[in-house]
Design a protein around this ligand. Structure first.
Ligand code: PAF
Length: 282
């Protein structure tokens, strides 16, 4: 695997692969890679001949009181995992390479609609930061396809909308969430949990499953279900941020006759904010 830090090197390496007639897949990440990221890279390798990954902890998508400074940077271990997963090229730029003219005056990309509510409400500016960096990375790499995890369900919806609305010729592929045996969705932030918190954390996914069971069983009182689910999270030691039942493709609030649903939850375990979701069809 070739590792590069500048846009110029990245473009040269991708151009060489293109010159050899290769189809290019891209997996953007913020590093601290786990099995979930490995699954994204492997999926990319199944769909293309040349896999590019990026590691960049994007300051634009962190709020002032979020974990930008303490976000784990584990480049050497990440490189080993990428090699084992079949990645061909790693792009790991510095902040100055990504934002050479500073962050304050940086052109921003906003995706109205799907980026509103849920994490968009709890983390103002987050999706604008994500959409901006992903647009820049897409323009730098110019891949044929890009793979994102379904764990960040709203982020995936934002990126699908961005690509559609800005006519980007990039296929967006979603990869199912990878979970620990007890159901907890793998996340770089799980590493912040104490042993006790880690033992309590699977209650988030359990609660999503309980709500989905109730809906499958015919319950359409979404408001009551959300209230009960929120109470279950609190009883399990979480400080709930949101728990919502939405229509899966538009992310608008679910109505009784919707058939494609997603339940999305975000909750704090101590200072660690965990998110998860469960999409299903009736
Ligand atoms: O999901 C992530 O890790 C980040 O939001 C992304 C897509 C790499 C953009 O910084």
């Amino acid at each position: 695997m070739n590792s590069v830090k500048t846009v110029r090197e990245l473009r040269a390496a991708v151009a060489r692969a293109r010159g050899e007639g290769k189809r290019i897949a891209f997996v953007p990440t913020m590093g601290n890679l786990h099995e979930g990221h490995v699954a994204l890279v492997e999926k990319a390798g199944q769909r293309a001949d040349f896999v590019v990954a990026s590691i960049f902890v994007n300051p634009l998508q962190f709020g002032p009181n979020e974990d930008l400074a303490k976000y784990p940077r584990t480049l050497a271990a990440d490189q080993d995992k990428l090699v084992a997963a079949g990645c061909h090229l790693l792009f790991h730029p510095d902040v100055d390479e990504m934002y050479p003219h500073g962050q304050a005056g940086q052109t921003r990309v906003g995706v109205p609609g799907v980026s509103e509510g849920l994490c968009g409400a709890s983390r103002p500016g987050h999706f604008e930061g994500v959409a901006t960096v992903v647009t820049k990375l897409f323009n730098m790499v110019q891949p044929d396809l890009a793979v994102f995890g379904e764990k960040d369900f709203q982020q995936l919806a934002v990126i699908r909308t961005l690509v559609r609305d800005l006519n980007m010729p990039i296929q967006i592929v979603g990869e199912p969430t990878v979970r620990a045996e007890d159901g907890l969705a793998l996340s770089s932030r799980n590493g912040y949990l104490s042993t006790e918190q880690r033992a309590q954390a699977p209650a988030l996914y359990r609660t999503l499953n309980e709500l989905a069971e109730a809906i499958r069983g015919g319950n359409r009182d979404f408001a009551a279900l959300m209230a009960n689910g929120t109470a279950s999270l609190a009883a399990a030691g979480f400080r709930p941020d949101y728990l919502e039942i939405r229509e899966a493709s538009s992310l608008r609030l679910a109505q009784a006759d919707d058939r494609q649903l997603v339940i999305l939850g975000a909750a704090f375990m101590g200072n660690t904010r965990l998110i998860d979701n469960l999409a299903f069809e009736l």
